[in-house]
Design a protein around this ligand. Sequence first.
Ligand SMILES: C[S@@+](CC[C@H](N)C(=O)[O-])C[C@H]1O[C@@H](n2cnc3c(N)ncnc32)[C@H](O)[C@@H]1O
Length: 393
Amino acid sequence: MPYTDSVLPEPTEPERERAEAVAAVLHERMADAGGAIPFDQFMRIALYEPGLGYYVSGREVLGRGGDFVTAPELTPFFGYTVAGQVVDLLARAGGGDVLEAGAGSGALAIQLLAELERLGSLPERYRILEVSPDLRDRQRRTIERALPHLLERVEWLDDFPAEVWDGVVVANELLDSLPVHRVRLTETGVDELYVTPEDGGFQWQQGSVSDPIIADRLGLGASLPSGMETEVGLEAPAWAARAGETLRLGGVLFLDYGHPAAELYHPDRYHGTLMCHYRHRAHNDPFFLPGVQDITAHVDFSAVATAARAAGLEVAGFAGQAQFLVNLGLTYRVEEYLAAGGVSDEEQFQLATALKQLTLPHGMGETFKALLLTRGVEGPFPGFRQGDRAGVL
Ligand SMILES: C[S@@+](CC[C@H](N)C(=O)[O-])C[C@H]1O[C@@H](n2cnc3c(N)ncnc32)[C@H](O)[C@@H]1O
């Protein structure tokens, strides 16, 4: 695997201390496990270990002051546009709640709430399922600052509702942050890459797969070249199925980077899709500063669709993010805003740059996808009016 040759910024002293504390936990778990752990366990500890992991440690991770920028952080027009699909689903379900999972800084929440209010389609409740206590606080502050009159509609959940409900689940860039196994193709099948300690840091150790499903997911017999390394996420499909478990009428909308299995597990991605972010530098060394950098992998949308179907959901739409946003009228929404006047040259320039990033194939336009799972509601759904590729999943 070609690790980064770019020079990464020097961590601050507290960041270095945090990484050492997380590394100590990782070393302890490896010792408990007899020397090595599968990469999904490494990723779970690095990102989510209570009080220490990347998403739960209180360090600013999202936005310009953090490590990476997501679509709703780029421009509010992302959320304003996605709201079109949310309104449509609420109407088809005859009303209900919006449940946003993994709400980050709260940026998408205020965009959706503002647009739903503008369109006269506010749900009774806007529920947020968020694992990070710090991000929950940040979300509350964001909503309180931007839309104080709507705060009383917002509530935070620890898990999906146990009772049956109607409405819409929305999750942007959540599935890609769920832990994945890392594997290497061999002449005869597939091995798993475990993580083991080395000189205070970590190294890979090749062994047999920890779960036979991992090999099944790669479709053995497919012609992947020996030596190829890639990732298999078992959590994302299970999580997607759970997201719709108690939903009676409505949809689950995922926006994330990923591909159908045939494109993800393709010789073109010989080194897999593991990606790390630290202060706006993208690189592929997951052992760098554990707990202080983000680790992600592209989503296998075929596996998500299969798990969703098995849970009784319908795969109602699948499209590139650019197509999805254009279908929902992104261009018109922006034109309408500009035509109202009073937009400075600088803001126009920033908006144009953000829109390019959202829609260009090498930005978020093609690598990012929108996937809609539904139960009990009929399409056609406006976000997938053109360019729907649900049939490939
Ligand atoms: C990459 S961030 C995306 C944040 C936001 N959706 C955005 O687009 O800016 C991932 C978010 O998912 C949350 N998260 C991760 N795993 C989760 C889980 N199992 N349940 C709920 N939230 C989760 C993280 O704490 C974080 O808020």
